[in-house]
Design a protein around this ligand. Sequence first.
Ligand code: NAP
Length: 478
Amino acid sequence: MFIKQNYINGHWVETKDVMSVINPATKERIGEVSNSGTAEATLAVEAASQAFVPWSKKTANDRSQFLYQWHQLIKEHTDELAQIMTIEQGKPLKEALAEVQYANDYVLWYAEEAKRNYGDTIPASSVNKHIIVKKEPVGVVAAITPWNFPAAMITRKLAPALAAGCTVVIKPSEETPFTALKLIQLAERANFPKGVLNIVTGNAKQIGDVWLQDKRVRKLTFTGSTPVGKLLMRKASDTVKKLSLELGGHAPFIVMKNADIEKAVEGAIQSKFRNAGQACVATNRFYVHEDIMERFTDRLIEQVSRLSIGNGLNNNVDIGPLINEAAITKVMDHIEDAVKKGASILTGGKRTMEKKGYFIQPTVIGNVTDDMLCMQDETFGPLAPITSFKTIDEVVDRANNSAFGLAAYVFTNNMNEAALFMNNLEYGVVGVNDGLPSTAQAPFGGYKESGLGREGGYFGIEEYLELKYISIGSFIQN
Ligand code: NAP
């Protein structure tokens, strides 16, 4: 079930140096994977570089067939992938199953999209000329991914890259390598030619540095925190690589006076407590109209106190553990800071079952002000701070007053209000009466310090393509 080797140039290769992987629900060691560094990262780039020309010269139809085959194998191994994910990442099994399906939606979408990589012809300004615009794969792609969505963050990058004709080197997070390795094993079974996909686990800095310095790597696609994203962006500048960065978020969740309270609470639970709040699009701050503040808060507290905490492998668990001790510390710091500045804990607020794993109670806090840490910094945990507002202009300003711009949510039953939010929120993803907007066919990505580029839909493949403009003069006089 748990694969521990790197996959380079079509071979599973072991390293002497290994590192342990921990189950965050039990703190037990699940197994070990390769602790690779410079040497393995270099071999991976060499393999991807050699495989690039033959892979990019295959027909789009051929590449599409490999992706269809991979999709089918992921579908057949959904249960196994979900189990692995829950064991290493902690999310409840039902969420892990949903993530595998979501991850596989990208593989299917880009199996289809591979065949629609259309170029353009453009009317020229001279009768003797023709203008053609061709799309070509950018080259070797390096993909560095986080632990919170261990399958989807990989397929959302690999599927469009492979469809476009790129080859890839991948480094998953050290916290969740097993889901990634299983996905690559399934890709191997789908018969992708050797060198087309390569995966290396281990020392993030060493591996990242090799890939960022190597001129053969033409593109970095990264999902992770904003500080690491900025660092990689600086390093990528030396060789002017194409970049996609999916970084942190700080989503506002706005509830208008006329909103359907039940729907708003349902959206709040989805957007705040899925994956125990460890999602880049997770709600970080609730703004509720003052007239319905009490009704909304009471109903939210009622629902939150019903959420059951535990090992994600057990039935009926809603909230699994956080990923590690540092994640718990961050949430507790945010709660402590808020309480010090006058907030009150309405439900939760404590660590729980700490001997067993990294658990924290789902928490709602009131009397919140915008100067609190949780209203500015990404909490990445199950903490819901609620504050009230009076006017729509005020709430738009407060919602936009952030360095981040990934996702925002609005609940309203008034079309004019909805239109105002759609036009004025400075966010890449806006859910109107929708707490779960992510889907394979739509563009996903952020404004401001939430990143660069988009993943998903027909937009996502563009990130792996160069445009070649060809100007053709006449061969013979007309
Ligand atoms: P992270 O600490 O930035 O790590 C992300 C990846 O970068 C991991 O594979 C990590 O490796 C690697 N890394 C760390 N330092 C590196 C370095 N110096 N050079 C090269 N690679 C390096 O983020 P995380 O804690 O895993 O993930 C949580 C963050 O991701 C949150 O901020 C969340 O909002 C963001 N996120 C964004 C999106 C989006 O689509 N916008 C989606 C999901 C998550 P190791 O883990 O092995 O150290």
